[in-house]
Design a protein. Sequence first.
Length: 278
Amino acid sequence: MTDSPLLQVRDLAITYYGGGSIIPGRRRSFDAVKGVSFDIAAGQGFALVGESGSGKTTIGRAILRLVTPSRGSIVFDGQDVTAFGRRTPLSFRRDVQVVFQDPRSSLNPRRTVRDTLMQVLKRHFGVAGAQAAAQAAELLDQVGLPSYHLNRYPGELSGGQQQRVAIARALAPKPRLLVCDEPVSALDVSTQSQILNLLADLRRDLNLAYLFISHDLAVVRQVADIVAVMHRGVIVETGPTETLYTQPAAEYTKILLASVPSLEPRRRARDAEIPGVQ
Ligand SMILES: Nc1ncnc2c1ncn2[C@@H]1O[C@H](COP(=O)(O)OP(=O)(O)OP(=O)(O)O)[C@@H](O)[C@H]1O
Ligand SMILES: [Mg+2]
């Protein structure tokens, strides 16, 4: 049992039906994911990379139970996620958390950082008052923000600080898998690098597994052990990160690598980074 992966995805297919089409007579269904399989071990950084529309977010949504697969299975910690029915077990709701691209829209602008974190702690663990406030401060510390930010509203924070708060909120239920969907795409390059470092540190410290979704190969390199390259709803290649970068097998991976001019400049920016909170 200990050898089985934390997440096992098998032959996953997802079709979207209806809506979205403004052209009369156009096909009303779309096969966004067409038979995808992969495993994520506990504590592993697994990245899905591919061009826009290749189906990355759709896979993340299926794991989060926001979309129903048309075929295949998703097994988390031995439990079949697709067989949960309407009620998602509390343990799963804690174990799998998500960080989105845009922290501004994922945080409630009318809530202070403290209230945001305390609300999650109350919902998942029933803690409130001074105990929850202390835990909120701990969470903020874990993402590298000083405690005076607890009194702030999201609008009073920079984009990087907002994303740190969003990460703290995701950590609050003590997850085992973090789905990160383009978590640094809305940030400038040096802030991206700091957030990626934070995510890498948290993974190590907390033995967190990541499903890291990105269109940017340079970004993925910093956080993933394994990279799966997606193209039009299928995985065309999966491999250890460094192997995939140095010896890509699939033609599409080679094209993707060739189209990343940012790879070297980004690395230089990372190397030049000054540690600490922006
Ligand atoms: N709710 C929906 N209804 C119909 N089609 C959808 C829906 N959501 C996504 N799609 C389509 O499914 C395909 C895959 O979308 P998805 O969002 O998974 O792509 P992605 O790889 O995350 O792209 P990006 O890098 O732009 O975020 C796209 O062609 C998209 O237009
Ligand atoms: Mg997406």
